[in-house]
Ligand binder design. Structure first.
Ligand code: GCW
Length: 675
């Protein structure tokens, strides 16, 4: 086998896009036509690649590669890739299509110059593909600089100030552009008093970030505090129907656009986990969202309003309140009452980014509302970037979910089409019909995501945003090629072995059968079966000596299954059709309940926990076997994290197995060691 050790990773390039991925392009004659900053960026990329690999940028004779704007569709990121007159061409719909076209050529490598290359049309399915950073400007006493940050400090903010050197932000924008992302939100949805000033006297900081990312086609969004007019001391109320409040938002927003003409829009978490909102004034979420929408509408920008609204001060003794129901209970009745530039942003599951949840019923309701799905790259509940957990298989399941049955169009199709009856594609001008959002927490860590392999999750969001039907294994393969361009087949194979099914492995050794949580309260890392059981957070498993699970049926439970359209309402309601992996999300069953798989619930718990921890133990020597094929720093970091994953997986296995053995008294039928 032709194997050679990889060179030590260049610290700036400890991610996808090391210089060598530009070899095929950089060794050719490449011409870029087009005006404006995005064309300039593409020219600069091409010039750098040609300087490195001996090609010719902007040749006077016929090029091998031509990138040009074929049509005049301003803002369109689409392009055609094909061959014309013996050259490979990228014919972009508008200047915004040049950069995605360039990166498509980079991804292809030599294959992009195959004379037999047939015409291919590329166009993003979701027009807005945005990463929401939960970064605080001011260090939060509990949450730190980045809420749920597992990769060091914020790349934007440091101790109350904008970082003086934004070159890493620029590098980040370049990575994101190559993955298909076109927007970022630069502050946490929990907007503190200090962060509220980003809209006004700290707007210059936002403008500086916007300037750093603009060359890569990335727009900047800001999370706003609903009570900003009060917090900033300008008004006594934030009532969304008060004319003075409406004027305040309109003029504040005008100033934002006067400073940042291509500003992306607002993101709002209102009446949720202590954040202010319209409920304070007896108003609805439609009133609140529409007020911000009115301020943004003249500028053609959207407000993304989060549907993550629930009672976080629930009494655990109250069995009628069901957190899973909350978003649908709050929002479904408001369908049709939101302005055209309001996008309701919905977490993909009804609870909170657990390892396994059903698709949120809000995403299947509200046909007259622009809906966005919110994913979480940040591995808050999926191993905190210490465990390998490749999430695209989960996300593909969400995007490929069939809202009204097995032959209906996918959720992604529905979300990208926009509301029925609306002028699809335009929520006023440049607002997209399709929005794919993800919470991300890249930090100042050398490897961006802390765990070098967690970068694949970050990479995948933009790619799914362009093509939601794309196979997660193919996306991983692409990421491997772009990150380890010299990867010999054995390294590629090992990465697939470690990552392809890592989400399922994580699921095996953590909370079983869709029941969720069982994590340590507060920081959410590691096992604590009853950690949330008697708390106000609404996340319970109800295990007793006889059984486990949450009865969310219409017949005997909270009625949550009734929030789904058929056939899902019936499928989830009935024990005979509810999928095993979601059984305990929807039903409370005895430990001896027989799964469709043929094993009992209790035996399934034992089997999966032994198997999951065992699989992690095997992963360590697999990774060790490719030492020498990966640069030493990357190898060492992954090895160190795998050691922790191994320790943690065994801790999970032992706590869960012991807990349920003690509760149920049922022995493992294979007689394995339970403590
Ligand atoms: O999962 C919870 C997190 C909070 C987060 C919240 C949200 C930003 O634990 O840290 O707050 O979700 O999505 O708003």
């Amino acid at each position: 086998m032709n194997e050679r050790p990889a060179p030590d990773a260049d610290p700036v390039h400890a991610a996808w896009l090391p210089p060598s991925v530009f070899r095929a392009l950089g060794s050719r004659r490449v011409r870029v036509d087009g005006e404006g900053p995005l064309a300039d960026t593409v020219r600069a990329e091409v010039a750098a690649a040609c300087a490195r690999f001996g090609g010719v940028a902007q040749p006077t004779s016929a090029p091998d590669l031509l990138l040009t704007v074929a049509a005049g569709a301003a803002g369109s990121e689409g392009f055609l890739l094909g061959r014309r007159d013996g050259a490979t061409v990228v014919l972009a719909d508008g200047p915004a299509g040049l950069l995605p076209g360039l990166f498509e050529v980079v991804r292809r490598g030599e294959a992009a110059f195959d004379p037999a290359l047939a015409d291919e049309r590329h166009q993003p399915a979701f027009r807005l593909r945005v990463l929401d950073h939960w970064d605080n400007v001011f260090v939060h006493p509990v949450m730190g600089q980045v809420e749920r940050g597992y990769a060091g400090g914020s790349i934007f903010w440091q101790g109350g100030r904008l970082r003086a050197d934004l070159s890493r932000v620029r590098d980040y924008a370049r990575l994101l552009a190559a993955s298909g992302i076109n927007a970022i939100t630069v502050n946490n949805v929990n907007v503190g008093e200090g962060e509220t000033h980003l809209l006004t006297d700290r707007l210059g900081d936002v403008a500086a970030i916007a300037s750093a990312v603009r060359p890569y086609g990335i727009r900047v969004h800001v999370s706003v505090n609903f009570a900003a007019p009060v917090i900033l001391g300008d008004l006594p109320t934030a009532d969304p129907l008060d004319p003075a409040v409406r004027r305040w938002w309109a003029s504040t927003t005008d100033r934002v656009f006067a400073t940042i003409p291509d500003f992306g829009g607002y993101l709002v978490k209102a009446d949720s986990e202590g954040q202010p909102g319209p409920f304070t004034y007896g108003r609805t979420h439609a009133d609140g969202a529409n007020m911000l929408a009115a301020a943004l509408a003249p500028h053609g920008a959207p407000v993304r309003w989060r549907a993550f609204v629930y009672n976080h001060r629930q009494d655990w003794r109250d069995r009628t309140t069901d957190r899973a129901r909350a978003a649908h209970d709050h929002f479904a009745a408001l369908d049709g009452r939101f302005a055209d530039n309001v996008i309701l942003q919905v977490k993909h599951g009804p609870i909170d980014f657990q390892t396994r949840e059903p698709v949120s019923p809000v995403l299947l309701a509200m046909p007259h509302t622009h809906l966005a799905v919110e994913l979480q790259v940040t591995q808050e509940y999926t191993g905190q970037q210490r465990h390998i957990c490749y999430l695209p298989p989960m996300w593909s399941g969400v995007l490929g979910f069939r809202p009204t049955g097995d032959t209906s169009p996918t959720l992604a199709t529905r979300l990208t089409a926009g509301p029925s009856g609306a002028d699809s594609g335009s929520v006023s001008g440049r607002t997209p019909a399709g929005v794919l959002s993800a919470v991300a927490n890249v930090g100042d860590d050398r490897f961006w995501t802390g765990h070098p392999l967690a970068q694949a999750n970050l990479y995948a969001v933009g790619r799914l945003g362009w093509a939601p039907g794309r196979d997660p294994a193919a996306i991983l393969d692409e990421w491997i090629s772009l990150t380890f361009p010299e990867a010999p087949p054995r390294l590629r194979h090992t990465l697939h072995t470690l990552m392809d099914d890592s989400w399922l492995t994580y699921e095996q050794y953590t909370a079983p059968l869709g029941v969720g949580f069982m994590v340590r309260p507060g920081h959410h890392y590691g096992p604590d079966v009853d950690g949330y059981e008697y708390t106000p957070w609404g996340t319970y498993h109800f295990a007793d000596r006889d059984g486990i699970g949450v009865d969310r049926t219409v017949a005997t439970g909270t009625g949550f299954t009734g929030q789904y359209p058929p056939p899902w309402s019936e499928r989830y309601e009935s024990l005979s059709t509810c999928p095993d992996e979601l059984l305990l999300f929807f039903h409370h069953v005895p430990y001896t309940h027989l799964l469709h798989s043929g094993t009992t619930v209790i035996q399934h718990i034992y089997d999966t926990h032994f198997a999951g921890a065992q699989r992690v133990a095997e992963m360590r020597p697999e990774w060790d076997s490719v030492a020498g094929l990966v640069d030493p720093a990357t190898h060492a970091r992954v090895a160190e994290r795998l050691a922790e994953q191994h320790r943690s997986a065994e801790e999970w296995r032992d706590q869960i197995n012991t807990y349920f053995h003690r509760k149920s008294g049922v022995p493992d039928d294979k007689g394995r060691r339970i403590h």
